[in-house]
Design a protein around this ligand. Structure first.
Ligand code: HEC
Ligand code: HEC
Length: 198
């Protein structure tokens, strides 16, 4: 009897401790889905952006996405007039919920055509610079490092050039300062054609 009473108390305590947390994170995702409806106009349904120049955000790393959105909102991240205006319309907490929602959607690979000779060169440039050490063997993203494999071709080229020019500041991405346009183009072709789970 004693043992079952202990078990009863344990279960009740566990429920009291766990339920609010579970409820909170669920509310976050659904709140994010509600608040994030406006994003779909540009980023596509579930964040799977068609076209070449806008980033796919469905299935992106949640920590990375929340950080980027807060930087857009705080004016610390250059590169997109649209995003700076849009992100300012939300509190940091709301941006975190939106990031959580989009990250919970499945990643859909880009359908942009890539050039095989350029991809081959890009693979070599990536190996020489240790790109996949941080971003994962198939560019699937690791820890706080963003998912880049299967991202849209035009976006990859543009964003790499922004790290190079210093418009987006990142110590980890410092090595792109030494790359020329041909190498960046090659990297974008290689990364855009990468597939997860193959
Ligand atoms: C008017 C079009 C438009 C709307 C609406 C829009 N975005 Fe964007 N977003 C862009 C463009 C364009 C870029 C690419 C910016 C660049 O080239 O740096 C971008 C970039 C981003 C990035 C950076 C991607 C990366 O991988 O670093 C994130 C994250 C993002 N948007 C999230 C959102 C969210 C969340 C919303 C809704 C709250 C939203 N966007 C609404 C146009 C839009
Ligand atoms: C030391 C770890 C590290 C290495 C090595 C590295 N990256 Fe990154 N990369 C990052 C981090 C961190 C970010 C996010 C920076 C930020 O806050 O904008 C990033 C961002 C990116 C982005 C932008 C993603 C997006 O959605 O906008 C691309 C593309 C990228 N890296 C490609 C590369 C390529 C190509 C190389 C090799 C030439 C490389 N990375 C090497 C850590 C790394």
């Amino acid at each position: 009897m004693k043992k079952s009473k202990w078990l009863f108390n344990f279960v009740i305590t566990a429920m009291v401790l766990i339920l609010p947390v579970a409820g909170f994170s669920e509310a976050n995702v659904s709140e994010g889905a509600r608040l994030g409806k406006t994003c779909a106009g540009c980023h596509g349904t579930s964040g799977n952006t068609p076209g070449k120049y806008i980033a796919t955000i469905g299935g992106q790393n949640p920590d990375y996405m929340a950080k980027v959105l807060k930087e857009f909102s705080g004016g610390e991240r250059e590169g997109s007039v649209e995003m700076s205006i849009i992100a300012k319309g939300y509190s940091d907490e709301q941006l975190e919920s939106i990031a959580l929602y989009y990250s919970s959607q499945g990643w859909v690979n880009s359908t942009n055509n890539t050039d095989s000779a350029k991809s081959k060169m890009g693979r070599q440039v990536a190996a020489e610079n240790g790109c996949m050490d941080c971003h994962g063997a198939r560019g699937e993203g690791l820890d706080e490092y963003p998912h880049i494999g299967g991202q849209n071709l035009g976006y990859l080229k543009e964003v790499l050039k922004r790290y190079r020019s210093g418009a987006i500041k990142s110590e980890e991405m410092g090595m792109v300062a030494d790359l020329d346009d041909e190498q960046i183009n090659a990297l974008a072709n290689y990364l855009s054609g990468l597939r997860q789970g193959e």
